[in-house]
Ligand binder design. Structure first.
Ligand code: NDP
Ligand code: GDR
Length: 363
C-alpha cells in the first residue's frame, strides 16, 4: 500500500458490521487510508463492505482488510504494529443483548477483554502519543433504571450505570478500562455512549430490522405473522449514518472525553411496529386497546391485528423475552451538540421509511 505521508490511517475493528461499514465509507470520503479487521468465516461475511472493496493489486489502495479476532492479542499487536494507525475505532463486539445471556463468557472475552487488548497493544507498541482510540460504549450501561435519569428525564454522561445483561456487564469493563488508560497513560481514548441506531444494514435479528423485514414479507404475501418478544420497552433510535459521524468527531477534539450520542426521543417497540406496517398501507390495532394510556401500555403484549381484514399479523412469543430487560432508554445529546457540533440529520420517520423501502426490494 502506498501512503502519502499526510494521509491519516485508521483501523476499524468490526468493519463488517453495520457501523463499521458506514464508518469505513465516511473515513474513505474524508481521505483516510482505512484498515479493517475481519474474522475468518466459512462463508463470505463482507456483504456490507463489498461496494467499497478495492483491488489490492492496484496503486494507491486506500482500503485493506486483515484477518483477525479480538480474542487474539498477538494478532491485534501485529496488525497495529504493521499499520501504525492514527485512529483506532473499536467497534468489534458480540453485540446482541439476548444472545449474550447464552454466551456470557464469550461476550466478556470479546467485548470486555477485547477492548483491553486494543489499549494494551497501543501501550506496548509505544503508540500512546500517536494513536487515538474510540471505544464503542453503549446505552446498555444504564440499564434503564428510572431513578438514574437526570433532572430533565434523560441519561447523560454523569448518570450512574446499572447493566442488565452479560453484554452490558462486558461493555462496562470496556468503558472503565478505556477511561483508566486515558487517565493512567495519558492516552487519547474516548467512549462514545451510543444509544440504539439502525439502518437498512442493521443485523436481521435486532428488533427494528426484524420488524421491517417482516413488514415487507407480509405485505408481499411471503409471510403470515411476525413473532416478537417484549413490545413494552422503549428505545431512543437514531440512524447509524449520523452516529458514525459522531464517532469521528469525538476523535477530532483537542481533549479526550466521553460523549452520549442520542436523539433525546424514545418510542415503544409496538409503535415502531405500527409505523413500519403503515408504510405498506396496513393499519394495525392491538386487542384490548382503548383510549387510556395505562390500558394502552398494559395491552402492549397482546397480538396486533390488521384493522381492515381482522387478521393477526403480530404475536408475542415469550421465547424472545430476556431474563432481565432494559425497559426504557432515552439519551441526552446536549454535550455532543454543544462540544462536537453534532446533530442528527435523520428522524425516526425517515429511518423507518428507508428501512421498509429497502426491505421491500428484497422480496
Ligand atoms: P454488528 O453486530 O453489526 O457488528 C459487530 C462487528 O463485530 C462485526 O463486524 C463482527 O464480525 C465483529 N465481531 C464480532 N465478534 C468479533 C470478534 N471476536 N473479533 C473481531 N470482530 C468481531 O454491530 P454494530 O455495527 O451495530 O455495532 C458496532 C459496535 O457498537 C458494537 O461494539 C456494538 O456493541 C456497539 N453499539 C451498537 C449500537 C447500535 O445500536 N448499533 C449502540 C451502542 C453500541 P462478523 O461480521 O464476522 O460477525
Ligand atoms: P437492544 O436492541 O437490546 O436495545 O441492543 P434489540 O433491537 O435487540 O432490542 C430492542 C428491544 O426490543 C425488544 N424486542 C426484541 N428484540 C429482538 N432483538 N428481537 C425480538 O423479537 C424482540 N421483541 C421485542 C427487546 O426485548 C428490547 O427491549 C442494541 C444492540 O445494538 C446493542 O449492541 C447496543 O449496545 C444497544 O442496542 C444500544
Amino acid at each position: 500500500m502506498n501512503k502519502d505521508t499526510n494521509q491519516k490511517v485508521a483501523l476499524v475493528t468490526g468493519i463488517t458490521g453495520q457501523d463499521g461499514s458506514y464508518l469505513a465509507e465516511l473515513l474513505l470520503e474524508k481521505g483516510y487510508q482505512v484498515h479493517g479487521i475481519k474474522r475468518r468465516s466459512s462463508l463470505f461475511n463482507t456483504q456490507r463492505i463489498d461496494h467499497i472493496y478495492q483491488d489490492q493489486h492496484g496503486a494507491n489502495v486506500d482500503f485493506k482488510l486483515h484477518y483477525g479476532d479480538l480474542t487474539d492479542s498477538t494478532n491485534i499487536i501485529r496488525i497495529i504494529q504493521e499499520i501504525q494507525p492514527d485512529e483506532i475505532y473499536n467497534l468489534g463486539a458480540m453485540s446482541h443483548v439476548k444472545v449474550s445471556f447464552d454466551s456470557p463468557e464469550y461476550v466478556a472475552n470479546v467485548d470486555g477483554l477485547g477492548t483491553l487488548r486494543i489499549l494494551e497493544a497501543v501501550r506496548i507498541l509505544g503508540l500512546q502519543k500517536k494513536t487515538k482510540i474510540y471505544q464503542a460504549s453503549t446505552s446498555e450501561l444504564y440499564g434503564g433504571l428510572a431513578e438514574n435519569k437526570n433532572e430533565k428525564g434523560f441519561y447523560d454522561e454523569n448518570s450512574p450505570f446499572y447493566p442488565r445483561s452479560p453484554y452490558g456487564a462486558a461493555k462496562i469493563y470496556g468503558f472503565w478500562i478505556t477511561k483508566n488508560y486515558r487517565e493512567a497513560y495519558n492516552m487519547f481514548a474516548c467512549n462514545g455512549i451510543l444509544f440504539n441506531h439502525e439502518s437498512p444494514r442493521r443485523g436481521e435479528t435486532f428488533v427494528t430490522r426484524k420488524i421491517t423485514m417482516a413488514t415487507a414479507a407480509i405485505a408481499k404475501g411471503k409471510q403470515d405473522c411476525l413473532y416478537l418478544g417484549n413490545l413494552n420497552s422503549q428505545r431512543d433510535w437514531g440512524h447509524a449514518k449520523d452516529y458514525v459521524e459522531a464517532m469521528w468527531r469525538i476523535l477530532q477534539q483537542d481533549i479526550p472525553e466521553d460523549y452520549v450520542i442520542a436523539t433525546g426521543i424514545t418510542t415503544y417497540i409496538r409503535d415502531f411496529v405500527i409505523m413500519a406496517f403503515a408504510e405498506v398501507g396496513i393499519e394495525l390495532k392491538f386487542e384490548g386497546e382503548n383510549e387510556s394510556e395505562v390500558a394502552r401500555v398494559a395491552a402492549c403484549n397482546n397480538p396486533l391485528y390488521q384493522l381492515e381484514k381482522g387478521k393477526v399479523v403480530v404475536r408475542v412469543d415469550p421465547e424472545y423475552y430476556r431474563p432481565t430487560e432494559v425497559d426504557l432508554l432515552i439519551g441526552d445529546p446536549a454535550k455532543s451538540k454543544t462540544k462536537l457540533g453534532w446533530k442528527p440529520k435523520y428522524d425516526l420517520d425517515s429511518l423507518v421509511k428507508e428501512m421498509v423501502a429497502s426491505d421491500l426490494k428484497l422480496f
